[in-house]
Design a protein around this ligand. Structure first.
Ligand code: ARG
Length: 229
């Protein structure tokens, strides 16, 4: 399509890592979410259907999945970072995020300074893991492969706290009164849709669709659908 090479004809193949509600998660047989709707706009614009591939977050963020032709784009609530930009190209930012702290509702933990000597869950390959490595040097960090395992560990007491992005943790806490988000760490992150390094035709097309969707209200509709009250 218009100078854009695809890994599978007629399809925009998207790598993501499930579950990351409300950005991407299973509802019955379907994968739904904010990122899914946003990438659907791109697929639609190209006259393609979106096919979603669930793959470990670590090989998404390293660029391996894009480089080996597993997918055309990666949309995984993934933060744009200088290190990742060495291995993948990002679209313009589409969502703001910051790291946050999830604890059991009655824990008494209020923030960073309460975590020394405690078990703190982080997710493999994420910016939350990097942040915790740098800032929680006196905590006992425990790594989980996905968000559901991390939140379950907080709920069942395997860990004292969990670190992940504010959007997903607030979403989880709103459905689960036994946990709460007690702090945010102002990491100033922004999510981008990723393409293989040098795939400018596709990256520019994504940027055009994002800009148009922000302009004509489709972005706000999608935002409202997944974050509205
Ligand atoms: N925003 C964080 C990062 O980029 C976490 C993303 C995790 N995404 C996922 N689909 N599991 O590192």
């Amino acid at each position: 399509v218009d100078g854009i090479e695809l890994v599978a004809e007629g399809t925009l193949t998207t790598c993501t890592h499930l579950p990351y509600q409300p950005f991407q998660f299973r509802e019955g047989d379907e994968v739904v979410g904010f990122d899914v709707d946003l990438v659907d706009l791109v697929a639609e614009d190209l006259g393609l259907d979106q096919a979603i591939v669930d793959t470990p977050f670590d090989t998404i963020q390293s660029g391996a999945d894009l480089d080996t032709g597993k997918c055309d784009v990666a949309a995984a609530g993934m933060t744009i970072t200088p290190t990742r930009e060495e291995n993948i190209d990002f679209s313009d930012p589409y969502f703001d995020a910051t790291q946050a702290l999830l604890v059991a509702a009655d824990s008494g933990i209020a923030g960073e300074s309460d975590l020394d000597g405690l078990r703190v869950a982080v997710q493999t390959g994420t910016t939350g893991q990097s942040w915790a490595n740098e800032n929680l040097t006196d905590a006992d960090l425990v790594t989980y492969e996905d968000l559901a395992l991390l939140t379950a560990a907080v709920q069942n007491g395997d860990v004292d706290a969990g670190i992940n992005d504010n959007g997903v943790l607030y979403d989880f806490a709103s459905d689960n009164p036994d946990v709460e988000v007690v702090a945010e760490f102002a990491t100033g992150e922004q999510y981008g849709v990723a393409v293989r390094t040098g795939n400018d035709a596709l990256r520019e097309r994504i940027n055009e669709v994002l800009a148009a969707a922000r302009e004509d209200g489709r972005y706000d509709e999608i935002y409202e659908k997944w974050f509205g009250t």
